[in-house]
Design a protein around this ligand. Structure first.
Ligand SMILES: *Cc1c(COP(=O)(O)O)cnc(C)c1O
Length: 379
């Protein structure tokens, strides 16, 4: 294989155990949106379930339906279903739907009538992120929810919100959001609504905001073994997490390059001594950011080889060093947990001015995901 991502299922399960221990009495929703942050939706969803995640969380309805088509039966919440979504199919497939507005509520109620199913809804409350969630019309929407529930047209299962700065534990905004959330729950209670599942925390909040847990936590990045924020919350290792994805690629070509050569488009890479370069068969067409610089590269033969020049669509060039004995066709590590000195997703994020979430999530469909350490080997 030209390039592939190894997905360490045992690591994912161990991460879920760490999350569960942190969550205490709260249930765990494994967030598997965006193809499980690039790790592969179905194997990750199944592993998370096997390790004890009671719920699965996705953004899109299509993602929820994919889970159902694969025979996954657990509770699934989809929180980004715009007006006009196929709510009929969502209800037939027993998917919980998040509601942020009157318009969405009406559509879901209409679908429920058509399909003959009582929709299970979660009310999203905007407590300061100013993204999804009801804000000014909370009282009105809560009244409507109460009437609809009394008329058996819906079941209000959850009420939830989302933090803006949970990766900055000292920020006053976190406590403000908890308070706004509590006050919104009081509004529901006053109207006679007590949804059984309140949920507020993401991975960062799980590690940093003890009173944010409520009945359920929604964890994504921690499940994949990455820290939500290395500086403020600590590294994967500090948090007891094991990175799940190892990205590997083959060397297409290895050759000597004379001193003074330039490398790649724009000739921005220069070698000031004779060296051996490796052409890695992977590029921005696979999700390797084009703006990666020489502070990252690959790991092969027990050492790092940094990028020279610009990443192109299908390949990038690394400096293997003049004394390198590495051969074309060898498989190199682009990133991994870093235990042997490999670059990590965090190193790549730093080199590219982004976060580890984006590095793993953007690895594209040309890169097969290979589950490893799945079932104990048959003997
Ligand atoms: C993506 C997402 C999460 C998971 O966030 P992590 O930081 O990856 O734990 C939780 N809740 C919502 C609403 C999300 O969109």
């Amino acid at each position: 294989m030209r390039a592939f991502a190894e997905i360490d299922i045992a690591a994912l399960k161990a991460n879920l155990a760490t999350i569960k221990a942190r969550a205490g009495a709260s249930r765990v929703m494994a967030v598997v949106k965006a193809d499980a942050y690039g790790h592969g939706l179905l194997p990750c969803a199944r592993a998370a379930q096997e390790a004890g995640a009671q719920w699965l969380g996705v953004a899109l309805l299509e993602e929820a339906l994919t889970l159902r088509s694969a025979g996954i039966k657990s509770r699934v919440l989809a929180w980004l279903c715009p007006p006009g979504s196929d709510f009929d199919e969502a209800l037939r497939q027993d998917i919980d739907i998040s509601i942020s507005s009157h318009e969405l509520l009406i559509e879901v109620i209409d679908s429920g009538k058509r399909v003959g199913v009582r929709p299970r809804v979660h009310l999203e409350i905007d407590t300061g992120l100013s993204r999804g969630g009801v804000l000014g019309s909370l009282d009105l929407l809560v009244e409507e929810l109460k009437i609809a529930q009394d008329n058996k047209m819906i079941e209000v299962v959850g009420a939830w919100s989302h933090f803006a700065r949970a990766d900055e534990p000292g920020e006053a905004m976190n406590q403000e959001q908890v308070e706004r959330y509590r006050s919104a729950l009081q509004t529901l209670l006053n109207a006679g609504l007590k949804p059984p599942i309140h949920h507020l925390s993401n991975s960062a909040a799980l590690f940093s905001i003890p009173d944010g847990k409520f009945e359920m936590v929604r964890t994504g990045i921690a499940l994949y073994g990455l820290s939500p924020e290395n500086k403020n919350l600590g590294s994967s290792e500090d948090l007891g997490l094991i990175p799940v994805m190892t990205l590997k690629a083959k060397l297409y070509l290895v050759k000597e390059l004379p001193k003074g050569s330039t490398v790649g488009y724009g000739a921005i890479g220069k070698v000031d001594r004779e060296t051996v370069i490796g052409v890695v068969a992977m590029g921005y067409g696979d999700g390797i950011p084009r703006n990666a610089d020489s502070s990252v590269g690959i790991f092969v033969g027990g050492r790092r080889a940094p990028i020279i020049g610009r990443v192109s669509m299908d390949q990038f060039v690394v400096d293997l060093g003049a004394d390198s004995t590495v051969k074309a066709g060898e498989i190199v590590t682009v990133f991994s947990g870093g235990l042997q000195g490999e670059y990590t997703a965090d190193d790549w994020a730093k080199a590219c001015g982004t976060i580890n979430y984006e590095i793993v999530t953007r690895i594209g469909p040309r890169v097969p995901r290979i589950s490893i350490n799945d079932k104990p080997a048959d003997t």
